[in-house]
Design a protein around this ligand. Structure first.
Ligand SMILES: [Zn+2]
Ligand SMILES: [Zn+2]
Length: 255
């Protein structure tokens, strides 16, 4: 069994004391491929530096919508130069976050347009972050990108009807530890309805540890709990879920 964690942040300071151990534990436990996600220019450089050290760790470079207001022209030029790096498999995370509203919405949307332009220009898939902004995100994607789109909606947190609209555009859907939390029935219903060829898994580590470790630092090995949960939810085996989601990730990101 090889699971693929399509979204985590290994370069974050939460792992400074034991990063090597965390990565080795994941590989030894069957989480054999990791996509390490950047959230700004300096942060994306750090994400790529980790990917350069391990053949099974890849990177994505982007700007988190929280930080949109701080992105200078120089930052964007530096980030765009990184997109072509051989270890970089996607543009992300990028998107819209109206839950926290750390940056003004018009600034978030303007930056999002820039990244969609990069997606077309550089032909790399998107890793989308979206919280309570699904309407604006769908509208902008429809106005900007030809269908079928290549990309994944990371940490999906809405319902089956919303998921369907992204599936129609060609996107994959990533489910993480939040699916194991109580009071997430709408999310579980979406996961049951997601076609097997569009499903991918993620941890978003160090955040969103699954139920048995909720509130603690997450790490890629813990994705096994989420994979087992999803297998049960879909009436499938964990081996088949692992095989399908890894195959989907390999195809989508060219791993
Ligand atoms: Zn995110
Ligand atoms: Zn993230």
């Amino acid at each position: 069994m090889i699971l693929t964690d399509t979204h985590l942040h290994l370069h974050f300071p939460q792992y400074d004391a034991d990063r090597e151990d965390v990565i080795r534990r994941a590989f030894a436990g069957g989480v054999g491929r990791l996509i390490n996600i950047g959230t700004g220019l300096e942060d994306s450089r750090k994400a790529v530096a980790v990917a350069e050290r391990y053949p099974e760790v890849y990177a994505a470079v982007g700007y988190h919508p929280h930080e949109s207001k701080n992105a200078t022209a120089g930052d964007l030029a530096g980030l765009e130069a990184l997109v072509a790096h051989p270890r970089v498999v996607a543009i992300g995370e990028v998107g819209l976050d109206y839950f926290h509203d750390h940056s003004p919405r018009n600034v978030q949307m303007e930056l999002f347009h820039t990244f969609l332009g990069w997606c077309r220009k550089h032909q790399k898939p998107l890793i989308l972050h979206c919280r309570e902004a699904y309407g604006d995100m769908l509208r902008i994607l429809r106005e900007t990108l030809p269908v079928p789109c290549r990309g994944v909606l990371h940490c999906f947190s809405s319902d089956a009807a919303t998921m369907e609209k992204f599936l129609e555009m060609g996107f994959h859907i990533a489910f993480g530890g939040a699916i194991t939390y109580k009071n997430n029935d709408a999310l579980r219903e979406a996961c049951r309805a997601c076609p097997a060829d569009r499903l991918v898994l993620e941890t978003d580590a160090p955040y969103l540890a699954p139920q048995s470790k909720r509130g603690r630092r997450n790490e890629p090995l813990y994705m096994i709990e989420t994979a087992e949960f999803i297998a049960k939810l879909r009436g499938d085996t964990v081996d088949r879920i692992a095989a399908a989601t890894t195959e989907n990730a390999k195809k989508l990101f060219g791993l």
